[in-house]
Write a protein of this length. Structure first.
Length: 226
């Protein structure tokens, strides 16, 4: 893990130190930013070497939402949002902007590290291959999605959700099953988190978004036209 770099963005010094101390035990390289403006400055300078970002929401100068918007204009780097506000609407908003995880304060540092390790593992161990699903081309090695040869920008979570749906083509998948297989941990939030991601994926896929069918009372199914 010597080359794995994590950017911690939080205006509270004690919080940054707490997270940093636990991540250093795993031999990660750590970068720190005390506010949103500094975070963007560091990101622009070192974005090619940053593997994951832990991003606080409530910060002076520039909040986490604004930082996330800026990052998503240029990068798919995994982002875990950290916030003292545990409101469901905030969580959904974060996912809409492209966040990959959302952890409410206070949290267990050990759980945070486990989430970090899980995301990095999924990011670094994607199987190789290019597959064409009725015009939706997924390159699992490059973690890219193309529709009609046009590259579609997706967050890690959006990519994983789409990949899971297409691999289970023709199968009605319940929301619980999707959470267990895509989120990879017991999720206690509202299932509208999935609905929010599906809505965004459909929009990005354009006309092919209709291949993702809503199965009333169950969940979703990927069923393209032959």
């Amino acid at each position: 893990m010597d080359n794995t770099t994590i950017l911690i963005v939080d205006d509270e010094l004690r919080m940054r130190k707490l997270i940093k101390d636990f991540l250093l035990q795993k031999d990660y390289k750590i970068l720190e930013a005390e506010d949103g403006l500094k975070a963007i400055e560091i990101f622009e300078e070192k974005k090619d070497s940053i593997d994951l970002i832990l991003l606080d929401v409530m910060m002076p100068n520039l909040d986490g939402w604004s930082v996330l918007r800026k990052i998503r204009q240029e990068s798919k780097v995994p982002v875990i949002m950290l916030t003292a506000r545990g409101e469901e609407q905030d969580e959904l908003f974060g996912f809409e902007l492209g966040a990959d995880e959302y952890i409410s304060k206070p949290f267990s540092p050990k759980i945070l590290v486990a989430r970090v390790e899980a995301i990095l593992k999924r990011t670094n161990n994607i199987s190789s291959g290019i597959n064409n699903y009725s015009g939706i081309i997924i390159d699992t090695e490059g973690r890219t999605v193309k529709v009609d040869n046009k590259l579609i920008e997706m967050s890690l979570r959006e990519y994983e959700l789409l990949n899971y749906l297409v691999k289970n083509q023709g199968i009605a998948l319940s929301r619980d099953k999707i959470l267990n297989n895509v989120w990879h941990y017991d999720y206690y939030g509202d299932s509208r988190t999935i609905d929010s991601h599906i809505k965004k994926i459909r929009h990005k896929l354009g006309k092919k978004g209709k291949y993702i069918k809503t199965i009333r009372g169950i969940g979703y199914k990927f069923e393209p036209k032959e």
